[in-house]
Design a protein around this ligand. Structure first.
Ligand code: PGA
Length: 267
């Protein structure tokens, strides 16, 4: 098991296509109110609103200066150009966005994002000085066929292709089994740990031990207040990517606090 010292857990709220900008302000305000310096010292927290909300949340965070990180759910891979309807990494960076999700399974499934597109996005996010959260995960069929590690490592290797060791050390990978997303059936903490170990060892082979020890690995898929503490016990799981349960500020804050407390109790 890898040592986790030095890796600050990251708990990210992926709001998907929910909350207009008024609601986004209210939820962010409540979250800021609920989280304490003890939380921020121990874990990092990011929110990933829809594009139309980002400016509003940025203004709120700028004024209050809480250490809540602003995130985005996706972006294009060019800085500008004739790509109707798209948003560039450079635009997000200007808004103070720190983390951008790349290759979420909903993007892969509903918008035909291939491994190649995801790779371009990861590189573009780095170019604009932001941190990618690269999502990988297997389907139920792949899991039943015993292909979890093969699938996850192949998505991972493709997404990391061409990156420097230092970039890999500073980025985030989210293990999100498709069968656990939005189903209310989370993977067991030990399954999440096993996938995280497989990811870390693949990274170690390609990019070296320092990169694999620096890389933060989140688990995502039906994370809730009950599962958060159990996840925090897993030494290679460095946080969570939370969908549905992050839409409500109090529920998300409870998830953050449960994770932080459990981690603290383990030392
Ligand atoms: P969920 O979504 O927590 O609603 O399962 C997780 C995700 O898609 O990132």
């Amino acid at each position: 098991m890898a040592r986790r010292q030095g890796r600050k857990p990251l708990l990210s709220g992926n709001w998907k296509m929910n909350h207009d900008h008024f609601k986004a302000i209210a939820v962010s305000q409540r979250l800021v109110f609920r989280l304490s310096p003890a939380d921020y010292d121990a874990v990092e927290v990011s929110v990933h609103p829809p594009f139309t909300d980002i400016r509003s949340v940025q203004v709120l965070l700028d004024n209050d200066e809480p250490p809540l990180a602003l995130g985005a759910q996706s972006c294009h891979w060019e800085d500008s150009g004739a790509y109707t309807g798209e948003v560039s990494p450079a635009m997000l960076s200007k808004l103070g966005v720190r983390y951008v999700i790349a290759g979420h399974s909903e993007r892969r499934r509903y918008f035909d994002e291939t491994d190649e597109i995801v790779r371009l996005k990861v590189a573009a996010i780095f170019r604009s000085n932001m941190t990618p959260i690269l999502c990988v995960g297997e389907t139920a069929e792949e899991r039943d066929a015993g292909e979890t590690v093969t699938r996850v490592v192949s998505q991972l290797e493709s997404g990391l292709q061409g990156l420097e060791r230092e970039q890999v050390a500073g980025m985030v990978v989210a293990y999100e089994p498709l069968w656990a997303i939005g189903t209310g059936r989370p993977a067991s903490p030990s399954d999440a740990q096993a996938a995280a170990v497989a990811i870390r060892s693949a990274v170690s082979q390609r990019f070296g031990a320092a990169a694999s020890e620096g890389l933060r690995i989140q688990y995502g898929g039906s994370v809730n207040t009950e599962t958060s503490a159990a996840l925090a016990e897993m030494p290679d799981v460095d946080g969570a990517l939370v969908g549905g349960a992050s839409l409500d500020a109090d529920t998300f804050a409870d998830i953050v606090v449960a994770f932080r407390k459990q981690r603290a109790s383990r030392g």
